[in-house]
Design a protein around this ligand. Structure first.
Ligand SMILES: [Zn+2]
Length: 358
């Protein structure tokens, strides 16, 4: 069976390059070795994502983030003390993506034309160093100093936006927080609608999720999100949220952060082996969404495999992101048809974008 190319809807590549100081052009072995003895991040020496492994895994397209939080004095989460600093941080991240384009490692995908052109190139090029397509997304909108910044961001290629990340945001409330949209939140959604920027529902707390969806008429996806009925946490999607996303034509990206895959994980303590967290646990989340939908049209991959964790918090049978290919085998074993497997590996995300960008 020929390997399906993969569309991964959530990676924080630039954050890893700049805040983790990882040169993603180096081999995984080199990146890990250079981090030996470092203790500033929980995943030092355990990274699973670089360009070589993405290519080995036949990952043709990734949705790649800019990410920078603003924190008020009473907020203990890590973040910047002003929106302007957060904006500047995201502009540094953007500069890295541009440098990787210059270096031939990445290709920006911003419209149907560049999407189809990239797919053609990817599938006809057998070079081990071929360029990986990326769609720019913003995880948390705090860095939009004012709503007017969104148009600037659109012009340099921003195509998807999750209004909040963890905690209280400037436009909406995120994971572990409560409450609806902030005063400027609706204005942000209107501007997203005007610019045709995809609303990423991932990380919105329940109140903000429902208010955002009720106030937004554009395209919605959930880039990296698992099911609350399997692993109970506010970060996860309830069945009602899944139903609403399906009604809106969304695709939901299955995430491989172990604590969202298996119940009772204690972050910083539990280990994938002892928790029996294998790649196959993802298929349970997929099955759950497919049962609600009555089809396999709303699931995809949103691995998040470089989201401030590595091997210590990933499925035990995953060594690098190249192992995403094993999802196809696991789906076959569960009885998914070849046509449905293709949808999960890339087809659903592509269908979504072809419609949203038509
Ligand atoms: Zn995230």
């Amino acid at each position: 069976m020929a390997s399906h190319f993969i569309f991964d809807a959530h990676l924080d590549l630039s954050m890893n390059a700049l805040e983790w100081n990882r040169d993603l052009r180096k081999s995984i072995k080199e990146i890990r070795e250079r981090e030996k003895g470092m203790t500033d991040k929980p995943d030092r020496g355990k990274g699973v994502v670089n360009f070589e492994e993405l290519r080995k895994g036949n990952v043709a397209i990734v949705v790649a983030t800019q990410i920078a939080r603003y924190v008020s004095p009473d907020n203990s989460l890590p973040g910047w003390h002003s929106p302007e600093q957060a904006w500047a941080q995201t502009q540094g991240q953007r500069a890295w993506y541009r440098e990787m384009e210059e270096a031939g490692e990445l290709t920006a995908i911003t419209d149907l034309n560049s999407l189809e052109k990239h797919l053609k190139n990817w599938n006809s090029d057998s070079s081990p160093t071929k360029s990986i397509g990326y769609i720019l997304s913003l995880e948390g909108a705090d860095s939009m100093v004012t709503v007017s910044y969104l148009e600037k961001a659109y012009q340099y290629g921003l195509r998807a936006l999750g209004p909040a990340h963890y905690g209280p945001g400037r436009y909406a409330m995120g994971t572990d927080a409560t409450g609806g949209l902030r005063p400027k939140g609706k204005e942000l959604l209107k501007e997203m609608e005007r610019l045709n920027i995809i609303l990423d529902a991932t990380h919105l707390c329940d109140d903000s999720f429902w208010e955002a969806l009720n106030n937004f008429n554009g395209y919605v996806w959930a880039s990296h999100h698992n099911c609350r009925s399997l692993v109970d946490h506010n970060r996860q999607l309830s069945d009602d949220m899944i139903k609403e996303l399906i009604n809106r034509g969304a695709v939901i990206g299955g995430v491989l952060d172990a604590w969202m895959m298996v119940p009772n994980w204690i972050r910083g303590k539990s280990l994938p082996g002892e928790m029996n967290c294998s790649l196959e646990k993802l298929i349970d989340h997929y099955d759950h969404i497919c049962q609600i939908a009555g089809n396999a049209n709303h699931i995809g991959i949103g691995s998040d495999l470089d989201g401030a964790y590595g091997k210590e918090q990933s499925p035990y049978d995953l060594e690098t992101i190249a192992d995403l290919q094993n999802i196809a085998t696991l789906l076959t074993r569960r009885g998914y048809t070849e046509a449905d497997i293709e949808k999960v590996m890339h087809g659903n995300w592509l269908r979504f974008l072809r419609k949203a960008w038509a």
